[in-house]
Write a protein that binds this ligand. Structure first.
Ligand code: NZQ
Ligand code: ZN
Length: 385
């Protein structure tokens, strides 16, 4: 196993009723002014807004609302939130929503305390922000795992880049699976597939030898697959929703990455696809994964074969490569089974989208088997059509 340092400072309150029971006490640790951040309005329709607002008012907090955070949050939205936070001397940011709200708020918390432009500071001067407005999250849709890390994914529309921005890691995160009951099933599955993707992108990273992180990772993948299937026949199943909620956090809270170098090449491609088309994150990943893995299977056959057996229950075949391919076929079949798109067309990507520009602007990672070139990413994207 590689050397590692592990720390996760987020206090997680998991389960039904957690906000009502524990948010009031947690609020005592912060000053009077709270930036209540949310998305396009789902929290007003499902009662979460009223519940949270009631608690904030009972605690005598001054609430500044920051609404309309869109899926695939933009850098412009980050600047809007930072100005609000600064102008109102906000003491705590409370992000109520999914990965998009959480990510936008992480960046807001850093930008509000930084005198220069956050994107330039991080991407051009290679600085890391160290001063943040404290952040807490209430997760209403699961999948990204954003609630237990400090990374945000922000779309810089002018630069046509959907890229990482480092901001605050939440001091606390409420994970109440009940809040997901109102999420459209398509989004529930898209989020769960994002979790599966995070686990795969970690599993295939180096080192390849047997290790505890990968054993845990296989269990997370099996659990996600099984619980998506449960929800397809029993959509309101609380247990399946709670398993998916915790799997989402587990895949991105650092535990599965212990001692590993991660891959995330699929994510890098999807993020640029998102920068050009604003597509749904989990659905974009579903289209790219099988095609990408068929390009890489020859370079890491043993690991792909192991994954096929341990995660997808494939009977080992005489030829390791056949076993490995059977695993990728099982993934592709699963994507169809759960109603996710398998092609760019099914994802709704216009035919005239500039796939070459997407490939050329994709960040190249060390790769799970081999480092790809921009040309091969272009090929992969063309095969996704
Ligand atoms: O905006 P509202 O009205 O709230 O509606 C949202 C949104 O339309 C809706 N929703 C959320 N909770 C709901 C609900 N609808 C009904 N009932 C509820 N309880 O769901 C839609 C999608 O929300 P969004 O936050 O965009 O989804 P998700 O959590 O999948 O986040 C996606 C973003 O996270 C980034 C993605 O790239 C994308 O920008 N990621 C962040 C990561 C991180 N920080 O660690 C890692 C990921 O790989 C990912 O890149
Ligand atoms: Zn993701």
């Amino acid at each position: 196993m590689n050397n590692f340092v592990f720390q996760n400072p987020t206090e997680v309150v998991f389960g039904q009723g957690g906000v009502k029971e524990q948010l009031p006490d947690l609020l005592d640790h912060y000053g009077d002014t709270v930036l209540l951040a949310y998305g396009g309005g789902s929290i007003k329709r499902n009662g979460v807004y009223d519940e949270v607002m009631g608690i904030l008012k009972d605690k005598g907090k001054t609430v500044v609302e920051f609404s309309g955070i869109m899926p695939n949050p933009t850098y412009e939205k980050v600047q809007e939130g930072a100005k609000l936070a600064r102008d109102n001397h906000v003491d705590l940011i409370l992000a109520v929503g999914g990965g998009s709200v959480s990510d936008c708020c992480k960046a807001v918390s850093a930008q509000a305390r930084l005198d220069e432009d956050l994107w330039t500071f991080e991407h051009e001067k290679h600085g890391m922000p160290t001063d943040f407005i404290p952040l807490g999250t209430i997760v209403t849709v699961f999948g990204t795992g954003s609630e237990m890390n400090s990374g945000a994914v922000i779309t810089h529309e002018e630069k046509k880049i959907k890229g990482p921005v480092y901001g605050a890691q939440a001091d606390f995160a409420f994970l109440d699976p009940d809040y997901t009951m109102s999420v459209p099933m398509k989004q529930v599955i898209s989020g769960a597939f994002d979790t599966l993707s995070h686990a795969m992108e970690t599993y295939f990273g180096k080192p390849d030898q047997n290790n505890l992180s990968d054993d845990m990772n296989e269990a997370v993948q099996r659990s996600v697959i099984q619980n998506i299937r449960t929800l397809l026949t029993d959509p309101k199943n609380y247990n399946a929703r709670s398993e998916l909620a915790w799997a989402s956090a587990m895949a991105e809270n650092g535990l599965l990455k212990i001692g590993k170098v991660t891959d995330f090449q699929c994510h890098m491609i999807e993020h640029q696809l998102g920068a050009y088309t604003n597509c749904n994150h989990g659905a974009g990943l579903a289209v790219i994964h099988p095609v990408l893995y068929r390009h890489l299977v020859n370079d890491n056959t043993k690991k792909f074969a192991n994954w096929a057996v341990e995660v997808w229950g494939i009977e080992p075949k005489e030829d390791e490569l056949q076993t490995a391919f059977a695993g990728i076929d099982a993934l592709a079949d699963f994507i169809r089974e759960i109603g996710m798109p398998s092609t760019l067309e099914e994802l709704g990507i216009p035919e005239d989208t500039d796939l070459k520009a997407i490939a050329d602007s994709t960040t190249l990672t060390a790769g799970c088997a081999r480092k790809l070139s921009a040309d091969e990413i272009f090929e992969i994207l063309q095969e996704c059509r």
